[in-house]
Design a protein. Structure first.
Length: 636
C-alpha cells in the first residue's frame, strides 16, 4: 500500500472518528447527566420529561411540571391543575402529591395512585381569571379514573365543592384559599356521591361552586378494592413535550438547546438522540484511536524506511547497478507473466531488458513488518561484487514500498532442484562436474570472505541459494541475511540467529560453541557438500533416523564403507570420498576446528585425498545441539 494511500486512509478515519466522537460525546454527555433513574429498585423509570432534582439531575433534564420526588421508596409527582369553575371570572387551582405507579413514554401516559395522608392533602386556591399571578401548570391532558374492579370510566370532571358549618362523617376537608388569601375548609365531591344527602348529612353544607377537575383528586372517599393507603387511581396523559416519535424509534428525547424551561412560554421543543451505551462508545472510540495510531505509526515507519533506502541508494550510485521504476519492472517481466518460483521473501519472475539480456526479477513482499534491511543488504553486498561464482546484480527498483532486485538469469535453476530430485546431480552430470561445482562454490565463498574491500558473511549457504548457469557453473545468490565487517575483525556480533535450519552453525544458536565468524559459512558449506554427495538420501541413513546423519557418515568412513550409492569407477569413488571428508572437516562443532575457505579450496584441488578429521561427535554439546535441531525442525 503506497504512502499516499496510507495518508488518504488516515484522513478518512480521522474525519469519521471526529464525527463519531463529537456526535457521541454530545449524546453521551446528555445521556450521562440525564440518565434514567429510579426512586427504588421496583419503582418506575424516570427520564425525560420527568426528572428528579435530588438525584443530581439539572433542570434541562426535564420540565418544572414534571419534577418527581422520592419519599421512602415512593415515586411522588406534584400534580397541578388549573381549571374553570361555575363561579363567574374565577379559576380553580389544585396541587397535590400523587404516587407514580408506572409511566408509558410511548403513549405518554402516567398511572398514579391517589394516597391518603397529610403529605397527600390537596392545596386548593381560587384565582381571578384576570389575575397576573396565576400559577403555571404543565400541559396534562385527559385523566381517566380507574376503579380496582378493573373498570375504566373516562372524563369524570364534574365536581361539587361545599362549605359546611359542621364536619362530614368519613370525609377529610381540604383547605381552600380564596382570592383574598383567606383559608377555610371545603368538601369537594364528584357526582358518585349524589346520594350525599341520604347516607351523609349535608344539612349544614352549602354548595359554593362546581369544578371541572378529575374527581378522584378531590374525593376523599374509600375504595374497598384499592391497595392499603390508596384512595383512588388515575391514568393521566400529557400532551407536551411530545416524545412519542423518539420513543417509537428507540431513541432518547431531549429538550432543544434553545427551548425555554418556563412553562408559561409554552415552548416544549424536543430533539431525538440515538441511544448510546457509554461503555460501548468508549470502546468504539478507543478502537478507532488505536487503529488510527497504528496507521500513523505504520506510515511513519514506512516513510523512515524509504528515506533510509533513498539515502543508501544516493551513496551507492558509484557502484552503478541500474535503478528502475516499478513501471519498468512490470514492463520487463511482461506484467509478471512468467513466474519462476516463490518463497518467504516474495516471487521471482523471468524478464527481458533487451533481446540479449535475460534477467530474473525478485519482487520482494511488501511486508508491514519489513524495514528494508534485507533489501539494503542485498543491494549493498551483491551490487559491489564481480566474481564468476557470485550471481550478478543487473539492477534494482525502490519505488515507495515496491522493491525488486534484478539478477542475470540462470537457466538451470538452483542446486536444490537436483539435490532433492529423484536423480542426483552426480548421476546427471558426472562426479567430475560435481567436484567442479563444489570448488566453484568454495571459491565464491572465499572471495566473499577475502576478495572484497570488506568481508562479507553470507549466513545462508544452502542448495536453494546456489544457482546454475547454462554450463552448470555455480553462482552464489540471496544476500538478504549477509553482514559486512572489516577483514581484520574475525568476530561478528549478532542479536539473533540467521540462516536455515540444517545449515546453521552451532555457534549461531549458542555462544557456548564459540564466536560467530566467517567459519559459520564454512559450516554451512560443509553441510552443503554432504547434501551434494547424497548422504542424506542414503536408505541406511533413513533407517537409522535417530542418528545425526554427519555422525553416521563419520562412522561409515571409519569402517571403510561407502557414503553414497554404489559407484562403479574408482575415480568417481575417490571424488565422492574427497567431498565427504572435506565436508566433515567443515562441520566441526567448534569454529577453531574448521578450516578456512582458502584451506578448503586447497583440499578440493589437491591430488591427494585429505585424511579423515578427528571424531567431532564426542562432546556432550553435540547431542544437545542435535536435540535442539530436532525440536526446531518439528516445530516448523
Amino acid at each position: 500500500m503506497g504512502v499516499r494511500v496510507y495518508l488518504h486512509l488516515s484522513w478518512i478515519i480521522v474525519i469519521v472518528a471526529v464525527r463519531v466522537v463529537v456526535g457521541e460525546n454530545v449524546s453521551a454527555a446528555g445521556v450521562q447527566e440525564c440518565r434514567m433513574t429510579r426512586c427504588s429498585h421496583h419503582g418506575p423509570e424516570i427520564r425525560f420529561p420527568f426528572w428528579i432534582k435530588e438525584k443530581q439531575q439539572p433542570e434541562q433534564c426535564g420540565y418544572p411540571g414534571f419534577r418527581v420526588f422520592c419519599d421512602r421508596g415512593n415515586t411522588l409527582l406534584h400534580l397541578q391543575y388549573l381549571a374553570n369553575t361555575s363561579l363567574p371570572d374565577t379559576l380553580f387551582y389544585l396541587s397535590k402529591n400523587v404516587s407514580i405507579h408506572s409511566i408509558n413514554y410511548t403513549s405518554q401516559e402516567v398511572f398514579v395512585y391517589v394516597l391518603n395522608g397529610s403529605q397527600f392533602t390537596n392545596n386548593l386556591k381560587l384565582f381571578s381569571a384576570s389575575s397576573t399571578s396565576l400559577p403555571s401548570t404543565p400541559h396534562f391532558g385527559k385523566a381517566y379514573s380507574y376503579d380496582f374492579a378493573n373498570m375504566y370510566y373516562p372524563d369524570i370532571t364534574y365536581t361539587m365543592c361545599f362549605s359546611c358549618s359542621a364536619g362530614v362523617k368519613s370525609f377529610i376537608p381540604d383547605m381552600l384559599t380564596s382570592p383574598g388569601r383567606k383559608t377555610f375548609p371545603v368538601y369537594c365531591l364528584d357526582d358518585q356521591y349524589s346520594a350525599f344527602s341520604g347516607e351523609y348529612s349535608i344539612s349544614s353544607c352549602t354548595k359554593i361552586f362546581n369544578s371541572s377537575l378529575p374527581a378522584p383528586l378531590l374525593s376523599q372517599g374509600y375504595d374497598p378494592y384499592a391497595p392499603p393507603g390508596v384512595v383512588d387511581a388515575l391514568s393521566i396523559s400529557w400532551l407536551a413535550p411530545n416524545c412519542s416519535k423518539c420513543e417509537a424509534k428507540g431513541e432518547y428525547c431531549r429538550r432543544k438547546s434553545n427551548a425555554s424551561s418556563n412553562i408559561e412560554a409554552a415552548d416544549y421543543s424536543t430533539i431525538c438522540f440515538p441511544k448510546v451505551i457509554t461503555a460501548g462508545s468508549a470502546i468504539f472510540v478507543l478502537s478507532i484511536m488505536l487503529l488510527l495510531y497504528y496507521i500513523i505509526k505504520l506510515y511513519k515507519q514506512r516513510k523512515y524506511d524509504e528515506q533510509k533506502i533513498e539515502m543508501f541508494l544516493t551513496d551507492y550510485r558509484a557502484m552503478k547497478p541500474t535503478r528502475y521504476s516499478y513501471a519498468d519492472i512490470k514492463k520487463i517481466t511482461r506484467n509478471f507473466s512468467d513466474n519462476l518460483g516463490k518463497g518467504g521473501y516474495g516471487s521471482v519472475y523471468k524478464g527481458q531488458i533487451t533481446k540479449e539480456i535475460i534477467v530474473a526479477v525478485k519482487v520482494l513482499n511488501s511486508d508491514p513488518k519489513a524495514n528494508g534491511e534485507d533489501f539494503i543488504n542485498e543491494v549493498g553486498t551483491i551490487g559491489r561484487i564481480y566474481h564468476v561464482n557470485v550471481v550478478r546484480l543487473v539492477g534494482y527498483s525502490a519505488d515507495g514500498c515496491n522493491r525488486a532486485l534484478i539478477y542475470e538469469f540462470q537457466p538451470n535453476n538452483s542446486l536444490e532442484k537436483f539435490t532433492y530430485s529423484g536423480k542426483m546431480l552426480h548421476d546427471f552430470l558426472g562426479w567430475k562436474k560435481m567436484q567442479d561445482i563444489a570448488l566453484g562454490i568454495a571459491k565464491g565463498i572465499e572471495y566473499l570472505h577475502q576478495g572484497c574491500a570488506q568481508q562479507i558473511l553470507h549466513f545462508d549457504i544452502k542448495p536453494h541459494n546456489i544457482l546454475l548457469d547454462q554450463n552448470f557453473n555455480p553462482k552464489i545468490s540471496d544476500f538478504g541475511l549477509a553482514k559486512l565487517c572489516s577483514k581484520d575483525k574475525s568476530i561478528v556480533s549478532m542479536t539473533m540467529a540467521r540462516g536455515t535450519i540444517g545449515y546453521i552453525a552451532p555457534e549461531v544458536f549458542s555462544r557456548n560453541f564459540g564466536k560467530v565468524s566467517s567459519k559459520s559459512d564454512v559450516y554451512s558449506f560443509g553441510m552443503l557438500l554432504l547434501e551434494m554427495v547424497g548422504a542424506r538420501n542414503n536408505n541406511e541413513v533413513e533407517s537409522t533416523s535417530e542418528t545425526y546423519f554427519p555422525e553416521w557418515i563419520f562412522h561409515r568412513l571409519e569402517e571403510g564403507g561407502e557414503v553414497t550409492i554404489q559407484i562403479v569407477k574408482e575415480e568417481d569413488s575417490n571424488i565422492a570420498r574427497r567431498l565427504t571428508i572435506v565436508g566433515l572437516w567443515c562441520i566441526g562443532w567448534h569454529p577453531v576446528d574448521r578450516p578456512s575457505m582458502k584451506h578448503v579450496i586447497n583440499m578440493l584441488e589437491s591430488e591427494e585425498c585429505p585424511k579423515v578429521p578427528p571424531n567431532p561427535f564426542r562432546s556432550s554439546n553435540v547431542r544437545s545441539f542435535t536435540n535442539d535441531l530436532e525440536v526446531i525442525s518439528e516445530s516448523e
